[in-house]
Design a binder for this molecule. Sequence first.
Ligand SMILES: C[S@@+](CC[C@H](N)C(=O)[O-])C[C@H]1O[C@@H](n2cnc3c(N)ncnc32)[C@H](O)[C@@H]1O
Length: 416
Amino acid sequence: MVNHITDLSSLPAPHEKRLALRVTKDALRQIRGGHPWVFGNSILKGDDGQPGDLAVIFDDNRKFAAIGLYDPASPMAVKLLHVGKPLSIDADFFVDRVAAAIDVRAPLMDGTETTGHRLIHGENDGLPGFVVDRYDTTLVIKLYSAAWFPHLMSLIDALQELGATPDAAVERIVLRLSRNVARGNCFGLNDGQTIFGSPPDTDIEFVENGLRFGADVVAGQKTGHFFDQRDNRLAVQHETKGDVLDVFSSTGGFSVYAAAGGAATVTSVDINQPSLDAAEANMSRNGLQEMVRHTTICGDAFSVLSDFASDGRKFDVVVIDPPSFAQKNSDIDAALHAYRRLTTRGLALVRNGGLFVQASCSSRVSTDEFYGAIHDAADQAGVQLLDQRRAGHALDHPIGFVYGGYLKALFARVQR
Ligand SMILES: C[S@@+](CC[C@H](N)C(=O)[O-])C[C@H]1O[C@@H](n2cnc3c(N)ncnc32)[C@H](O)[C@@H]1O
């Protein structure tokens, strides 16, 4: 076992005893169809247990169907780890899962052009609710389920032993906790706590497609950087000219690539001032502040877009990358309405022949619904959109189940 600087002895050890559960026929069908969770309301009968207990799902013939982690506080009461024949869930199991995830990222990890990326993408890498992002030699573990606490040591050991940070040992591991997890029993651990190595005293630097970025891994949004748009940012860099508007810019991912691609001006809009400060710092890291006029605007994107239209502002490239608008199916209509509003307001600012990019990270909104909403709004505005590309996420965000492919991004030329 690897030494940890933070004392993690307060973490519970995994229980030997497994819970036995029977679920509805519909749930069993979904499990066998690759769905990564069992909802609590589809459990017919079973033992009660603690978060992180191993729960075995039996079929109607009392045969093993699947095994997962019990998470009684969550509507997704079992996070499935394996479906099919009986299997032991132990340290070796987690080593295999981590090794498989590293293997998927080999094309990124073999080079030096990108040293920041997602390393483990939860459900999509067979570890539901467990996310790891790599920032050079720092790993950030984000837990979306308290069921992972008893298994955290096994996963930390696997990450350290398997070379999760190529060419160098893991220097530091920071723990991030989702809001739901942070509200419960965290065994003395806190969101943003460094659980291995020394706490960072500044943003962690990493490289993405040869561009330098810094991330506040302790308090920044998600784990500090949105890696999923890496390929789409590169596409914007290659197609950039003139004046660029980056709406929902966060720490300036698209803004930095646009500046590197030769934009004359870049305007970054976000509601979060620390993110905009980070965007400025990221421009400086690449020496771009001398080559481009970069303006940041802190405010609500919907209002800023309206104000720009009133002021007659025009841009050659407009990128709109909002947060998720639909957490559940009942949010879908409101989300589509919001996307249409953003399309209408964004298109009003694009010069004829300019590039319009609009993204959605709402997994509940289908690709057809999303692209349909954009085109409806464009039609109503009397704007012709020539689709160039309909893109998703980069390879470090593999799609392992139906809602795993959440990111959609339309690249289109604007013609009036
Ligand atoms: C998906 S992230 C954007 C990621 C970014 N484009 C990148 O490439 O790194 C969404 C961003 O929207 C911002 N945001 C959320 N609501 C907002 C609003 N009403 N107006 C402006 N920004 C908002 C968040 O602060 C967050 O930075």
